[in-house]
Structure formats: C-alpha cells, structure tokens
Design a protein around this ligand. Structure first.
Ligand code: AMP
Length: 138
C-alpha cells in the first residue's frame, strides 16, 4: 500500500534519497531532513498509514521493536544520554507528513528544545469521569 503523493512512500520506493540508518521487512529509519538536533531520526512503516491508530497492532509492534536499538545507537552516535521518542498524530498535534513516523530526537540539557507542558489538575470527580469515558471507548 502506498500513496503516490506521499513523501515517505517515495522514500520507501527509492524515488527520493534519504540517509538511511536501519531497515527491515516492515521498517525504514533515516535522518530527518530538518533535524531538531544532530542525529534526529525518523522510523516509519514501509506501508502507508496516515496515523498510528489506523495501523494493525502487530505491524505497529514490528516497527516499534527496533526502537530500543535505534535509541541506543542514536544516543551513542551523538554522545547524548537522553532523547524524545514521539509520534505527532494529527495536524493539531503537529503532524505535517501524513505517513506514520516515530521521531527519535537526541536531547541535551539546556538545548532549548521542549514542549510547553502546562500541567493542569482535575477538579474533584473529573479524572474519574474522563477515565470512565476512555474505558468505555476501548
Ligand atoms: P511531523 O511534523 O511529525 O509530521 O514531522 C515530519 C518530519 O519529516 C519533519 O521533521 C521533516 O523535517 C521530516 N521530513 C520531511 N520530508 C523529509 C524527507 N524528504 N527526508 C527526511 N525527513 C523529512
């Protein structure tokens, strides 16, 4: 499965070059062309899925399984001991390329990267209600 106008499908097809660091039957990993830090790596399924929740769980498992090794390698190569591993999912969450990808972003203290993370607090009873809604939706 591929999408003709998808940049990551074109990388998988070899139509667009990438700096590949890992591949297996299901997975390709390559350097992000616009790195937030040296070594910023993307891990993608070869098959085209727009969003993580659309993937068959076993395929998602297979593309996640090289992540520990890749994280160790990215940190070793960049001399870091921290990284963000994340998937922007949906435009409101910052997803620009609509082909599932996991970012591995090496981090150093004081590097100036980071999220706004304005941690809130549930009013009494609200957390229980939200948890109940999630459980019902599962
Ligand atoms: P996101 O905002 O999570 O969709 O991130 C998409 C990422 O893909 C960005 O960090 C881009 O720099 C990266 N990207 C886009 N095109 C390419 C490309 N041809 N090769 C490598 N990375 C790319």
């Amino acid at each position: 499965m591929s999408a003709a106008d998808c940049v990551f499908c074109r990388i998988v097809a070899g139509e667009i070059a990438c700096l590949k660091v890992f591949e297996d039957a299901d997975t390709l990993a390559f350097l992000d062309i616009g790195p937030l830090a040296e070594g910023h790596t993307l891990v993608i399924p070869r098959q085209h899925y727009e969003r993580i929740e659309q993937m068959p769980p076993d395929l998602l498992g297979r593309i996640m399984s090289p992540i520990p090794r890749l994280v160790r390698a990215v940190m070793a190569a960049t001399g870091t001991d921290a990284c963000n591993v994340l998937a922007n999912t949906g435009a409101a969450a910052g997803q620009v390329v609509m082909h599932v990808h996991i970012h591995i972003i090496p981090r150093r203290s004081g590097d100036g990267l980071g999220y706004r993370w304005p941690a809130g607090k549930y009013p009494p009873g609200r957390g229980e209600e939200v948890a109940r809604q999630i459980v019902l939706a599962l």
